[in-house]
Design a protein around this ligand. Structure first.
Ligand code: PBG
Length: 334
Protein backbone atom coordinates (compact mmCIF):
# COMPACT_ATOMS: atom_id res chain seq x y z
CA UNK A 1 0.00 0.00 0.00
CA UNK A 2 1.38 3.40 -1.02
CA UNK A 3 1.82 6.21 1.45
CA UNK A 4 2.34 8.70 -1.39
CA UNK A 5 -0.27 11.45 -1.19
CA UNK A 6 -3.14 10.58 -3.52
CA UNK A 7 -2.68 13.42 -6.00
CA UNK A 8 1.16 13.52 -6.03
CA UNK A 9 2.99 12.64 -9.26
CA UNK A 10 5.09 9.49 -9.29
CA UNK A 11 7.93 9.17 -8.63
CA UNK A 12 7.73 11.68 -5.84
CA UNK A 13 10.18 14.62 -6.23
CA UNK A 14 12.49 13.90 -3.33
CA UNK A 15 14.76 16.96 -3.23
CA UNK A 16 15.86 15.91 0.23
CA UNK A 17 18.00 13.10 -1.30
CA UNK A 18 20.86 15.53 -1.96
CA UNK A 19 20.63 17.01 1.51
CA UNK A 20 21.09 13.68 3.30
CA UNK A 21 24.84 13.85 4.04
CA UNK A 22 27.48 16.55 4.22
CA UNK A 23 29.19 15.05 1.17
CA UNK A 24 26.02 15.20 -0.93
CA UNK A 25 25.24 18.71 0.28
CA UNK A 26 28.75 19.74 -0.70
CA UNK A 27 28.36 18.24 -4.17
CA UNK A 28 25.06 20.01 -4.67
CA UNK A 29 26.21 23.41 -3.34
CA UNK A 30 25.56 26.16 -5.88
CA UNK A 31 27.76 28.80 -4.25
CA UNK A 32 30.93 28.90 -2.19
CA UNK A 33 32.49 31.48 0.07
CA UNK A 34 36.25 31.80 -0.28
CA UNK A 35 38.90 33.94 1.32
CA UNK A 36 39.33 35.51 -2.13
CA UNK A 37 35.93 37.13 -1.70
CA UNK A 38 36.99 39.27 1.24
CA UNK A 39 37.99 42.92 1.51
CA UNK A 40 38.84 43.93 5.08
CA UNK A 41 38.07 47.54 6.12
CA UNK A 42 40.43 48.84 8.82
CA UNK A 43 40.52 52.11 10.77
CA UNK A 44 43.81 53.90 11.29
CA UNK A 45 44.65 56.56 13.86
CA UNK A 46 47.62 58.74 14.82
CA UNK A 47 50.16 57.50 17.36
CA UNK A 48 52.57 54.66 17.88
CA UNK A 49 52.03 51.03 18.84
CA UNK A 50 48.51 51.67 20.04
CA UNK A 51 44.93 50.64 19.42
CA UNK A 52 41.50 51.74 20.52
CA UNK A 53 38.45 49.48 20.74
CA UNK A 54 35.38 50.97 19.02
CA UNK A 55 32.49 50.58 21.48
CA UNK A 56 29.71 50.13 18.91
CA UNK A 57 31.76 47.63 16.88
CA UNK A 58 32.93 44.95 19.35
CA UNK A 59 36.13 43.31 18.10
CA UNK A 60 37.04 46.21 15.78
CA UNK A 61 39.97 48.46 16.63
CA UNK A 62 41.37 51.72 15.45
CA UNK A 63 45.06 51.02 14.82
CA UNK A 64 48.12 53.23 14.66
CA UNK A 65 49.95 52.95 11.33
CA UNK A 66 52.59 50.54 12.69
CA UNK A 67 49.84 48.27 14.02
CA UNK A 68 47.93 48.58 10.73
CA UNK A 69 51.01 47.26 8.95
CA UNK A 70 50.99 44.22 11.25
CA UNK A 71 47.28 43.76 10.61
CA UNK A 72 47.90 43.89 6.85
CA UNK A 73 50.64 41.27 7.23
CA UNK A 74 48.29 39.03 9.16
CA UNK A 75 45.55 39.54 6.56
CA UNK A 76 47.94 38.68 3.76
CA UNK A 77 49.11 35.55 5.59
CA UNK A 78 45.48 34.51 5.94
CA UNK A 79 45.02 34.90 2.17
CA UNK A 80 42.83 37.99 2.29
CA UNK A 81 43.39 39.75 -1.05
CA UNK A 82 42.59 43.33 -0.07
CA UNK A 83 42.26 45.75 2.80
CA UNK A 84 40.46 49.08 2.80
CA UNK A 85 41.84 52.01 4.82
CA UNK A 86 39.69 54.53 6.70
CA UNK A 87 41.30 57.30 8.76
CA UNK A 88 40.14 58.36 12.21
CA UNK A 89 40.41 62.12 12.42
CA UNK A 90 40.13 64.54 15.33
CA UNK A 91 38.45 67.94 15.36
CA UNK A 92 41.68 69.70 14.33
CA UNK A 93 41.78 67.68 11.10
CA UNK A 94 38.31 68.78 10.07
CA UNK A 95 38.13 72.16 8.38
CA UNK A 96 35.84 74.10 6.07
CA UNK A 97 38.21 73.69 3.10
CA UNK A 98 38.97 69.99 3.83
CA UNK A 99 42.60 70.59 2.77
CA UNK A 100 43.97 67.58 4.65
CA UNK A 101 41.98 65.32 2.31
CA UNK A 102 44.52 65.68 -0.51
CA UNK A 103 47.65 66.16 1.58
CA UNK A 104 50.25 63.60 0.40
CA UNK A 105 51.19 62.77 3.98
CA UNK A 106 47.82 62.66 5.68
CA UNK A 107 47.13 59.68 7.91
CA UNK A 108 45.46 57.59 5.23
CA UNK A 109 48.26 58.17 2.71
CA UNK A 110 50.96 57.42 5.30
CA UNK A 111 49.18 54.18 6.16
CA UNK A 112 48.92 53.27 2.48
CA UNK A 113 52.61 53.91 1.86
CA UNK A 114 53.68 52.00 4.97
CA UNK A 115 51.53 48.98 4.13
CA UNK A 116 52.60 49.03 0.47
CA UNK A 117 56.25 48.99 1.55
CA UNK A 118 55.86 46.20 4.10
CA UNK A 119 53.20 44.03 2.45
CA UNK A 120 53.45 44.77 -1.28
CA UNK A 121 51.23 41.88 -2.34
CA UNK A 122 48.04 42.84 -0.53
CA UNK A 123 45.76 45.12 -2.56
CA UNK A 124 45.10 48.45 -0.85
CA UNK A 125 41.78 50.16 -1.29
CA UNK A 126 41.29 53.76 -0.12
CA UNK A 127 38.25 55.90 0.60
CA UNK A 128 37.47 59.01 -1.40
CA UNK A 129 35.02 61.36 0.33
CA UNK A 130 35.53 64.54 2.30
CA UNK A 131 33.76 63.49 5.51
CA UNK A 132 36.80 62.66 7.67
CA UNK A 133 38.23 66.11 6.86
CA UNK A 134 35.08 68.21 6.72
CA UNK A 135 34.07 70.50 9.60
CA UNK A 136 30.41 69.58 9.04
CA UNK A 137 30.94 65.84 8.50
CA UNK A 138 29.58 65.80 4.95
CA UNK A 139 31.12 63.97 2.00
CA UNK A 140 31.15 67.19 -0.06
CA UNK A 141 31.58 70.93 0.39
CA UNK A 142 28.52 72.66 1.83
CA UNK A 143 27.53 76.23 1.00
CA UNK A 144 24.37 77.86 2.33
CA UNK A 145 23.20 74.45 3.48
CA UNK A 146 23.65 72.90 0.03
CA UNK A 147 26.19 70.36 -1.22
CA UNK A 148 28.32 71.91 -3.97
CA UNK A 149 28.70 68.99 -6.39
CA UNK A 150 31.20 70.13 -9.01
CA UNK A 151 33.65 71.85 -6.67
CA UNK A 152 33.56 68.75 -4.52
CA UNK A 153 34.47 66.63 -7.54
CA UNK A 154 37.56 68.79 -8.12
CA UNK A 155 38.63 68.16 -4.51
CA UNK A 156 37.90 64.43 -4.84
CA UNK A 157 40.16 64.29 -7.89
CA UNK A 158 43.03 65.82 -5.91
CA UNK A 159 42.36 63.33 -3.13
CA UNK A 160 42.37 60.46 -5.64
CA UNK A 161 45.73 61.47 -7.13
CA UNK A 162 47.30 61.76 -3.67
CA UNK A 163 46.04 58.28 -2.78
CA UNK A 164 47.30 56.82 -6.06
CA UNK A 165 50.70 58.43 -5.47
CA UNK A 166 50.80 56.90 -1.97
CA UNK A 167 50.34 53.45 -3.51
CA UNK A 168 46.61 52.72 -3.55
CA UNK A 169 45.65 49.86 -5.87
CA UNK A 170 41.91 50.48 -5.74
CA UNK A 171 40.31 53.88 -5.31
CA UNK A 172 36.95 53.74 -3.52
CA UNK A 173 34.81 56.83 -4.05
CA UNK A 174 32.12 56.67 -1.34
CA UNK A 175 30.93 60.26 -1.76
CA UNK A 176 28.02 59.85 -4.23
CA UNK A 177 28.71 63.10 -6.12
CA UNK A 178 27.69 63.14 -9.80
CA UNK A 179 30.47 63.01 -12.40
CA UNK A 180 33.26 61.99 -10.07
CA UNK A 181 34.15 58.69 -11.69
CA UNK A 182 34.80 60.25 -15.10
CA UNK A 183 36.80 63.09 -13.58
CA UNK A 184 38.88 60.71 -11.47
CA UNK A 185 39.50 58.31 -14.33
CA UNK A 186 40.60 61.13 -16.62
CA UNK A 187 42.99 62.50 -13.98
CA UNK A 188 44.44 59.06 -13.22
CA UNK A 189 45.09 58.49 -16.93
CA UNK A 190 46.69 61.91 -17.34
CA UNK A 191 49.00 61.49 -14.34
CA UNK A 192 50.39 58.07 -15.18
CA UNK A 193 48.13 56.06 -12.89
CA UNK A 194 46.29 54.24 -15.67
CA UNK A 195 46.59 50.91 -13.81
CA UNK A 196 44.86 52.12 -10.64
CA UNK A 197 41.40 50.57 -10.35
CA UNK A 198 38.22 52.33 -9.27
CA UNK A 199 35.66 50.49 -7.16
CA UNK A 200 32.75 52.90 -7.20
CA UNK A 201 30.30 53.03 -4.34
CA UNK A 202 27.69 53.33 -7.10
CA UNK A 203 24.54 52.40 -5.21
CA UNK A 204 25.16 53.82 -1.77
CA UNK A 205 21.99 54.37 0.21
CA UNK A 206 21.29 57.02 2.84
CA UNK A 207 21.26 54.45 5.62
CA UNK A 208 20.98 54.35 9.38
CA UNK A 209 23.15 51.22 9.26
CA UNK A 210 26.27 53.45 9.06
CA UNK A 211 25.92 54.68 12.64
CA UNK A 212 28.73 52.68 14.29
CA UNK A 213 31.12 53.55 11.43
CA UNK A 214 30.62 57.23 12.04
CA UNK A 215 31.61 56.57 15.66
CA UNK A 216 34.67 54.73 14.39
CA UNK A 217 35.72 57.71 12.27
CA UNK A 218 34.83 60.24 14.91
CA UNK A 219 32.36 61.78 12.47
CA UNK A 220 29.11 61.21 14.41
CA UNK A 221 29.38 64.41 16.38
CA UNK A 222 30.55 66.37 13.36
CA UNK A 223 27.72 65.53 10.97
CA UNK A 224 25.24 68.36 10.52
CA UNK A 225 21.93 67.07 9.15
CA UNK A 226 21.82 63.96 6.96
CA UNK A 227 23.18 62.73 3.62
CA UNK A 228 19.86 62.31 1.81
CA UNK A 229 20.59 64.84 -0.94
CA UNK A 230 23.43 62.70 -2.29
CA UNK A 231 23.05 59.15 -0.97
CA UNK A 232 20.22 57.05 -2.44
CA UNK A 233 16.67 56.78 -1.21
CA UNK A 234 16.15 53.27 0.27
CA UNK A 235 12.83 53.17 -1.61
CA UNK A 236 14.60 53.00 -4.98
CA UNK A 237 15.98 50.17 -7.05
CA UNK A 238 15.82 51.18 -10.76
CA UNK A 239 17.88 54.23 -9.85
CA UNK A 240 20.68 51.95 -8.62
CA UNK A 241 20.91 50.44 -12.10
CA UNK A 242 21.16 53.88 -13.68
CA UNK A 243 23.96 54.80 -11.26
CA UNK A 244 25.87 51.61 -12.00
CA UNK A 245 25.44 52.09 -15.78
CA UNK A 246 26.74 55.64 -15.47
CA UNK A 247 29.74 54.75 -13.30
CA UNK A 248 30.78 51.87 -15.58
CA UNK A 249 30.52 54.13 -18.61
CA UNK A 250 32.65 56.76 -16.85
CA UNK A 251 35.43 54.28 -16.16
CA UNK A 252 34.70 52.35 -12.95
CA UNK A 253 36.23 48.85 -12.94
CA UNK A 254 34.13 47.50 -10.10
CA UNK A 255 30.87 48.61 -8.51
CA UNK A 256 29.44 48.39 -5.03
CA UNK A 257 26.08 48.16 -3.34
CA UNK A 258 25.93 49.48 0.22
CA UNK A 259 24.64 48.54 2.80
CA UNK A 260 24.69 44.81 2.12
CA UNK A 261 22.19 42.39 3.59
CA UNK A 262 19.12 44.68 3.43
CA UNK A 263 19.97 45.42 -0.25
CA UNK A 264 20.64 41.98 -1.72
CA UNK A 265 17.88 42.54 -4.28
CA UNK A 266 19.98 45.40 -5.66
CA UNK A 267 23.11 43.20 -5.78
CA UNK A 268 21.25 40.61 -7.82
CA UNK A 269 19.81 43.16 -10.27
CA UNK A 270 23.20 44.81 -10.76
CA UNK A 271 24.96 41.50 -11.36
CA UNK A 272 22.29 40.26 -13.77
CA UNK A 273 22.10 43.46 -15.76
CA UNK A 274 25.80 44.32 -16.10
CA UNK A 275 27.87 41.24 -15.29
CA UNK A 276 30.52 43.61 -13.94
CA UNK A 277 32.61 42.87 -10.84
CA UNK A 278 30.03 43.53 -8.13
CA UNK A 279 30.75 44.03 -4.44
CA UNK A 280 28.66 44.62 -1.37
CA UNK A 281 29.60 46.34 1.86
CA UNK A 282 28.40 44.56 4.97
CA UNK A 283 28.40 47.81 6.91
CA UNK A 284 29.07 48.68 10.51
CA UNK A 285 25.42 48.46 11.61
CA UNK A 286 25.05 45.00 10.13
CA UNK A 287 28.22 43.95 11.93
CA UNK A 288 27.03 45.50 15.19
CA UNK A 289 23.65 43.73 15.01
CA UNK A 290 25.25 40.33 14.58
CA UNK A 291 27.82 40.97 17.31
CA UNK A 292 25.24 42.47 19.67
CA UNK A 293 22.77 39.62 19.32
CA UNK A 294 25.64 37.15 19.52
CA UNK A 295 26.96 38.67 22.74
CA UNK A 296 23.49 38.36 24.26
CA UNK A 297 23.27 34.71 23.29
CA UNK A 298 20.26 35.44 21.06
CA UNK A 299 21.86 34.04 17.93
CA UNK A 300 24.82 31.84 17.13
CA UNK A 301 27.17 34.62 16.10
CA UNK A 302 29.60 32.53 14.07
CA UNK A 303 26.92 30.69 12.14
CA UNK A 304 25.01 33.89 11.39
CA UNK A 305 28.25 35.52 10.24
CA UNK A 306 28.97 32.71 7.77
CA UNK A 307 25.36 32.50 6.58
CA UNK A 308 25.20 36.25 6.01
CA UNK A 309 28.35 36.15 3.87
CA UNK A 310 27.11 33.20 1.83
CA UNK A 311 23.95 35.19 1.18
CA UNK A 312 26.05 37.82 -0.63
CA UNK A 313 27.53 35.16 -2.87
CA UNK A 314 24.09 33.76 -3.63
CA UNK A 315 22.94 37.28 -4.54
CA UNK A 316 25.67 37.44 -7.19
CA UNK A 317 28.40 39.38 -5.41
CA UNK A 318 32.00 38.81 -6.45
CA UNK A 319 33.22 39.99 -3.08
CA UNK A 320 32.25 41.52 0.24
CA UNK A 321 33.74 44.29 2.34
CA UNK A 322 33.32 42.94 5.85
CA UNK A 323 34.73 43.63 9.30
CA UNK A 324 34.52 39.87 9.83
CA UNK A 325 37.20 39.24 7.17
CA UNK A 326 40.05 37.92 9.38
CA UNK A 327 37.72 35.82 11.48
CA UNK A 328 36.12 34.32 8.37
CA UNK A 329 39.50 33.72 6.75
CA UNK A 330 40.63 31.81 9.84
CA UNK A 331 37.46 29.69 9.82
CA UNK A 332 37.74 28.97 6.10
CA UNK A 333 41.39 28.04 6.50
CA UNK A 334 40.81 25.79 9.51
C1 PBG B 1 31.72 57.92 4.29
C2 PBG B 1 31.59 56.46 4.46
C3 PBG B 1 30.63 55.85 5.27
C4 PBG B 1 30.88 54.48 5.24
C5 PBG B 1 31.98 54.27 4.39
N1 PBG B 1 32.39 55.51 3.90
C6 PBG B 1 29.59 56.44 6.13
C7 PBG B 1 28.71 57.48 5.60
O1 PBG B 1 28.43 57.56 4.41
O2 PBG B 1 28.28 58.28 6.44
C8 PBG B 1 30.09 53.46 6.01
C9 PBG B 1 30.75 52.18 6.36
C10 PBG B 1 30.09 51.41 7.44
O3 PBG B 1 29.04 51.80 8.00
O4 PBG B 1 30.63 50.35 7.78
N2 PBG B 1 32.18 58.42 3.13
Amino acid sequence: MSITPVNAPFPMTRLRRLRRTAALRGLAAENTLSVNDLIWPIFVMEGQNDSYAIPSMPGVMRLTVDRAVLAAKEAHDLGIPAICIFPYTDDASRTEDCALAWSPDNLSNRATAAIKAAVPDIAIMTDVALDPYNANGHDGFVRDGTIVNDETVEALVKMTLAQAAAGADIIGPSDMMDGRIGAMRRALEADGFQDVAILSYSAKYASAFYGPFRDALGASGALVGDKKTYQMNPANSDEALRLVARDLSEGADMVMVKPGLPYLDICRRVKDQFGAPTYAYQVSGEYAMIMGAGANGWINEEQVMMESLMAFKRAGCDGILTYFAPRVAKLLGA
